[in-house]
Design a binder for this molecule. Structure first.
Ligand code: GLU
Length: 422
């Protein structure tokens, strides 16, 4: 009998990541040995570690750090705190980081970390304790030349400051470059906080030109109102788009005549959710994906657009600010229906790109202006979009397959040129 439990039926995210790789490897006619190498992560570390809670009790948390491939440079990728984190999820996210860094051609490999915790249930002091101990536990893997974490779901600049400080305390001197996404005052970069959203908007500007879908008055629906979603709303509104619906983990709001992103952010700040925003109708996180709009921005978690709802997605363009929001079955449905998808490894690569700028600035102790950062980001995103679109047209494949072909070929080339040791 089929399971009634939706979680049991959720597609395995690691299986999805591997099948996406297989598909690109087939198109590239990749050598069998290279496939075996790139199909699995190089290193995986799981740690169980204690934290003293505010009530004096000791809790043990589980976390992971995975490095998928480091042929093109140090491992790079965020650390997320979420109650549903699994090793398989972190493996998928680490593999996606390898392709993402290669897709935009920055000199990093792919890595990712996660701790199984709902940080909203912890005090700030408890989150600090958890962060410092997790950093200590994964310190055999991380370092400015080895593996450089950054923010991801439910982690932020403050979390990165604690990671930098903990690592530096172990060394006995300050090591800014061990982590990116830090506050400006401790070696962070201007523009990093906005970078994921800004990069996504740069790709949307390119897509809007290519497809002749003007951003002026385009109706936009955004799932997720965290760092990527809320800033994308602000930047898209500044381009003249109309934000008709947004959501967060508690639910969504809809107003066909447009929502003011700044006022929605202020409301969320005050009430802890976008829900209840004056003048809006309440919608669910699923409805937000199917709302009448021109551009859909999934900016939350994986596996949101599936074979079940893809037939009802009304948008002309999907811009994947989240990692892994679309399953392969949904990809095929969207492609058949003529929906243009800007895949995650291209669309949301602005975050890691400005992380790269931050790391370069830290290494040189020489900090750039925000204009230089945003201009350099635009150059990288525009070139990457162009490379992926050219690949997509040349081989008559969808944008995700094209992005994978660009990225996997680069990682395979570096891995092949370095050769097998010993
Ligand atoms: N967590 C972000 C991502 O998924 C940023 C990673 C980074 O800056 O290293 O791309």
């Amino acid at each position: 009998m089929a399971s009634q439990n939706p979680v049991a039926e959720a597609p395995n995210i690691w299986g999805i990541a591997q099948s996406q790789f297989d598909h690109a490897a087939d198109r590239l006619d990749l050598d069998e040995g290279m496939r075996r190498v790139l199909r699995v992560p190089q290193r995986e570390l799981t740690v169980n570690f204690p934290v003293t809670m505010d009530d004096g009790s000791v809790q043990v948390f589980t976390g992971h750090r995975v490095q998928h491939n480091v042929s093109r440079g140090p491992g790079k990728g965020g650390i997320r705190y979420h109650q549903d984190v699994t090793l398989d999820e972190v493996r998928a996210l680490a593999m996606w980081m390898s392709w993402k860094c290669a897709c935009v051609n920055i000199p990093y490999g792919g890595a990712k970390g996660g701790v199984v915790v709902d940080p909203k249930m912890l005090s700030i002091r408890e989150v600090e304790g958890l962060t410092r101990r997790f950093t200590t536990e994964i310190s055999p893997l991380i370092g400015p030349d080895r593996d450089i974490p950054a923010p991801d779901v439910n982690t932020n600049a403050q979390t990165m400051a604690w990671i930098m400080d903990t690592y530096s305390m172990h060394r006995g001197y300050t090591v800014h470059g061990v982590v990116t996404g830090k506050p400006i005052s401790v070696g962070g970069s201007l523009g990093r906080n906005e970078a994921t959203a800004r990069g996504a908007v740069f790709t949307l500007l390119q897509a809007s030109k290519a497809l002749n879908v003007p951003l002026i008055d385009a109706r936009v629906s955004i799932q997720g109102y965290g760092n990527a979603g809320s800033i994308a709303a602000t930047l898209l509104a500044a381009e003249g788009a109309r934000i008709v619906a947004v959501s967060d983990s508690t639910g969504g709001i809809h107003n066909p005549s447009g929502l003011d992103p700044a006022r929605v952010s202020a409301w969320k700040q005050e009430h802890g959710t976008v829900v209840g925003f004056p003048g809006s109708d309440q919608v669910t996180n699923q409805e937000i994906l199917e709302i009448d709009c021109d551009i859909l921005v999934p900016a939350a978690l994986e596996n949101q657009i599936t074979k079940h709802n893809a037939p009802r997605v009304k948008a002309r363009i999907v811009a994947e600010a989240a990692n892994g929001p679309t399953t392969p079955e949904a990809d095929a449905i969207l492609h058949d229906r003529g929906v243009f998808n800007i895949p995650d490894i291209l669309c949301n690569a602005g975050g890691v790109t400005v992380s790269y700028f931050e790391w370069v600035q830290d290494m040189q102790s020489f900090f750039w202006t925000e204009d230089r950062i945003n201009d350099s980001l635009k150059g990288i995103m525009d070139r990457a979009f162009e490379a992926v679109r050219t690949m997509s047209e040349r081989h008559a494949v969808d944008m995700r397959t094209a992005a994978y072909m660009v990225a996997v070929a680069r990682v395979a080339e570096a891995t092949m040129l370095r050769g097998l040791y010993p």
